[in-house]
Design a protein around this ligand. Structure first.
Ligand SMILES: [Zn+2]
Length: 141
């Protein structure tokens, strides 16, 4: 039995979808992989040893963020940018910094930690406050 659901794509993802031989199969596959990843809730990859260039390298509790495909158990915001990883390897940053930078860097990705969609668009409440601010300005000038 097939259940029809619709998806809103942007121009970029629409072009990608156009080149797939079977979009529905692709979506089903992604959903199943996502469910396996989230249900496992643990990572079986080798732990990432940080600070290879420093005097005191140590094993982190996460896998290497540069290995593809990205591990969303260890890196729920996606992989951090390479500049942040370099800082970490030099001992100039911690894992919290990497998470923070990953969240800023991967705004196009779905936030798997809260399982909610991150959006580049401003939330409606921001647009409303902007409108209200303009409205208030009309009466205060
Ligand atoms: Zn991992």
């Amino acid at each position: 039995m097939s259940i029809i659901k619709s998806a809103a794509l942007d121009e970029q993802t629409s072009r990608i979808a156009d080149n797939l031989p079977n979009f529905s199969h692709f979506v089903r596959e992604c959903l199943l992989r996502h469910a396996v990843n989230m249900n496992a809730a643990s990572c079986d990859r080798t732990r990432w040893v940080s600070h290879p260039r420093s005097q005191t390298p140590f094993e982190t509790n996460r896998c290497n963020p540069t290995v593809q495909p990205s591990c969303f158990v260890c890196w729920p915001y996606g992989p951090p940018p390479i500049d942040a990883i370099k800082k970490f390897n030099l001992g100039e940053a911690d894992l919290n910094y990497l998470d923070h930078e990953a969240r800023k860097y991967n705004t196009h990705l779905i936030d798997l930690k809260g399982n909610s969609v991150q959006s580049k668009r401003k939330p409606k409440s921001d647009r409303k406050s902007t409108f209200l601010e303009r409205f208030k300005q009309l009466f205060t000038q």
